[in-house]
Design a protein around this ligand. Structure first.
Ligand code: BGC
Length: 445
């Protein structure tokens, strides 16, 4: 690897999601999911990292980490704990947190839906309910009325593909359905419509408020899919899964198209419904053919035979080059600004995180050199947090959280990342110290 600089206009920071860090919310579907024993080790979201009470301390830590940008989510169930009932306390809280961030010189990017929703919404069927788009956009309207003067950048829905997959195919997320293709596609359609309506609504409202700097995007989980074999059946599996997991949502949320099998045509007209595309990238997946119509004719696995060095604590392959591939492909198609809205590693020993960050930023550098308009990098995650149904085991944080005392400490990788955020430089010293150039392990391109 050669030393490189990132442009001074390129912004670095980190990302979180409310349920994963805040604690204290009794009205979200994830609190209820925990009550049903569906989180590893019978854990609960009730305390998490207690960020709801400790956000001042956490913003101080962000300052120490030289974060320029911060992606956070607003918990719908804190704003609308019961259907149609708005919580002034919830609104006040987020206004205070956002105000403090802005005073600290950290630009917020607000996600409106990050996997969790109010239990009342879950109980009526969530994203499969006929009025779900109405309920969600009513919440969005309330949020923009409440914080639209503070925030100009929004992500509508985080990873709609993972949400429907885990809720209706794998059964890891509430309501825990397995192999329910009908619900998968019905919810996908509604999530796309919710994005399209929210995109237009946020723009309209902020324009009426006198602002012209609104940026609204989708956040897409783009995994790098590779065919495990070269035969036509495996290639077909790869293409079907790529379509159902990736393309369907890009067509829907970027182009406004309801494509097969969820519908047809352009309910809001032809156009572009994203001002940026947020990309969450974690790993490469090998696609195997499997005759299994219920599961879209394929199986997604990690590459076999990898050594510990290429695996994170959850057994996912560390594959920086995939970041280049997925971003380049989307940029080539849409030419919209790209934000890397998540990229990170669970690494409890903090042995691999610094190298992970550097090697992925190198791919960002290659993308910039190739002319891609890529503007942001949000490391996932600022703090150790609740990794959904996997509980508190995986440690993604730049900051370690001691779950007994809730004390925070910045990891060594966090300190290196802080330096990178401040200088935008990956110098020879960092490469020598963290990248094993002898085995050429860092030279991925
Ligand atoms: C999600 C995060 C999650 C992360 C690591 C993304 O799919 O948006 O909430 O913690 O990946 O699994």
């Amino acid at each position: 690897m050669k030393p490189f600089n990132l442009p001074s206009t390129f912004k670095l920071g980190s990302a979180t999601a409310a349920t994963q860090i805040e604690g204290g919310d009794l009205n979200s579907n994830w609190y209820h999911w925990g009550l049903q024993g569906r989180i590893a080790n019978q854990e609960s979201s009730i305390v998490a990292a207690d960020h709801y009470n400790r956000y001042r301390e956490d913003i101080d830590l962000m300052k120490q980490l030289h974060q320029e940008v911060y992606r956070m989510s607003i918990e719908w169930s804190r704003i609308e704990p019961e259907e149609g009932i708005w919580s002034e306390e919830g609104i006040k809280h987020y206004r205070q947190e956002l105000t403090l961030l802005i005073e600290a010189g950290i630009e917020p990017l607000v996600t409106l839906h990050h996997f969790s929703q109010p239990q009342w919404f879950e109980a009526i069927g969530a994203w499969t309910h006929d009025k779900c788009v109405f309920y969600f956009t009513r919440f969005v309207k309330k949020v923009i009325e409440s914080i639209g003067d503070l925030v100009n950048e929004y992500c509508t829905i985080n990873e709609p593909n993972v949400l429907v997959n885990d809720s209706y195919m794998d059964g890891n997320f509430p309501p825990g359905k397995k192999g329910d293709m009908k619900a998968y596609f019905k919810a996908s359609k509604h999530l796309i419509l919710a994005h399209l309506e929210s995109y237009q609504l946020i723009h309209k409202m902020r324009t009426e408020m006198g602002y012209s700097d609104t940026m609204v995007g989708m956040v897409h989980h783009l995994a790098y899919f590779e065919s495990a074999k070269k035969d036509p059946f495996t290639k077909m599996s790869r293409n079907i899964l790529d379509y159902a997991f990736h393309t369907l949502f890009l067509k829907g949320m970027v182009e406004g198209q309801l494509a097969f099998p969820i519908g047809h045509g352009y309910p809001h007209g032809k156009g572009i419904f994203c001002d940026f595309i947020g990309i969450n990238y974690y790993s490469r997946h090998m696609i195997h053919f499997k005759f299994n119509p219920g599961m879209l004719f394929g199986e997604i696995k990690f590459k076999a035979g990898l050594t510990d060095e290429s695996l994170n604590d959850m057994g996912w392959e560390i594959y920086p080059k995939g970041l280049y591939e997925v971003v380049e492909k989307v940029y080539r198609k849409y030419a919209l600004p790209i934000y890397i809205t998540e990229n990170g590693i669970p690494d409890s020993q903090d042995q691999k995180r610094t190298k992970f960050i550097i090697t992925h930023l190198e791919q960002v550098h290659f993308l910039i050199e190739a002319g891609v308009d890529i503007r942001r990098y949000y490391y996932w995650s600022l703090l150790d947090n609740l990794e959904w149904h996997d509980g508190y085991g995986p440690r993604f944080g730049l900051i370690e959280v001691n779950y007994k005392t809730l004390e925070r400490s910045i990891r060594s990788s966090g300190k290196v990342y802080a330096q990178i955020c401040q200088t935008k430089k990956i110098g020879a010293n960092l490469i020598e110290q963290y990248i094993d150039t002898s085995s050429d392990a860092g030279a991925l391109r």
